[in-house]
Design a protein around this ligand. Structure first.
Ligand code: OAD
Length: 255
């Protein structure tokens, strides 16, 4: 069944408002579109997406890091600085308000920018890690920001935890497994929720893209926020067409 499209100039359909108000457990999956209005580029949009300009196999795999750690570290430093100079947007703040005002909201994100936490969301299941943290490439122990600061003129930065280790961002690269406990919690929330909100993701990266599918298979209703159709749109009951920074405050205000 095709979703009902709703544009920003439409009223919120009363059936959707009812579903939102009556939901006992809301699960939310966010992707890069969530942070687009904070000034952080998405990955797959044709002109502006990071993967339109850079080859992920050269920058976001452990093989790439082994081949050319400086290049990979410098690219992540550039993204980290961009994120450091950006702020959560109205959408992040609205989701944090939803988490505080609603009994049961599970927030799952593919984003590594930490904006949900900065906006006040807690807890956040960060499936792909967090670019603000760095770990040892050998031991995976976290590296203190102090150490990175002291070595900020070096690239790659050596690890304090292992003689052959280097600092790497604490993010999941292509081909690497996601943390099993976070993934289990995300799928459990999907199976358990009555409303699944999918925000700003192309739905092209597994296993995250299966989370909303499980929610729908288990009887949950999916609502998508995205300016365009995604790989997940066909599973949605409503497609809220437009940006997350515009839609999320509207939805939360309607509760
Ligand atoms: P994508 O870049 O694949 O998709 C971004 C989605 O956001 C698209 O569907 C856009 O239409 C939508 N979008 C753009 N602007 C928006 C806005 N203002 N409001 C709402 N939606 C908007 O990003 P992801 O689906 O998050 O993985 O990508 C998934 C993973 O692929 C990322 O976590 C990353 C990447 O490789 C890792 O780094 C491991």
């Amino acid at each position: 069944m095709n979703p009902t499209p709703v544009s920003l100039t439409d009223e919120i359909p009363s059936a959707l408002a009812r579903q939102l108000q009556q939901a006992q457990h809301i699960a939310v999956l966010t992707g890069a579109g969530m942070s687009a209005e904070s000034g952080v580029p998405t990955f797959r949009e044709a002109q502006t997406g990071l993967w339109a300009r850079y080859d992920p196999m050269e920058l976001a795999t452990s093989a790439a890091f082994e081949r050319d750690p400086r290049r990979v570290w410098d690219w992540y430093q550039w993204r980290r600085e961009l994120i450091d100079h950006s702020r959560p947007n109205a959408g992040h703040h609205a989701l944090a308000a939803l988490q505080h005002s609603c009994a049961h909201v599970t927030l799952v994100t593919q984003n590594v920018d930490g904006f949900h936490q900065l906006a006040g969301s807690e807890p956040v299941l960060e499936l792909h890690g967090n670019i603000r943290r760095s770990v040892c490439s050998r031991s995976r122990r976290e590296i203190e920001p102090d150490w990175l600061d002291r070595h900020r003129d070096r690239s790659p930065v050596p690890s304090p935890h292992h003689p052959d280790g280097l600092a790497r961002p604490d993010v999941v690269w292509f081909g690497e497994p996601l943390r099993a406990d976070l993934l289990d919690a995300a799928f459990q929330a999907a199976a358990d929720c009555d409303l699944m909100l999918v925000v700003g993701t192309s739905g092209l990266v597994q296993p995250a893209a299966s989370i909303p599918v499980v929610a729908v298979e288990q009887g949950g209703i999916m609502v998508e926020i995205n300016p365009t159709a995604s790989e997940l749109t066909r599973h949605a009951r409503w497609h809220l067409q437009g940006s997350s920074a515009a839609w999320l405050p509207r939805l939360v205000d309607s509760l």
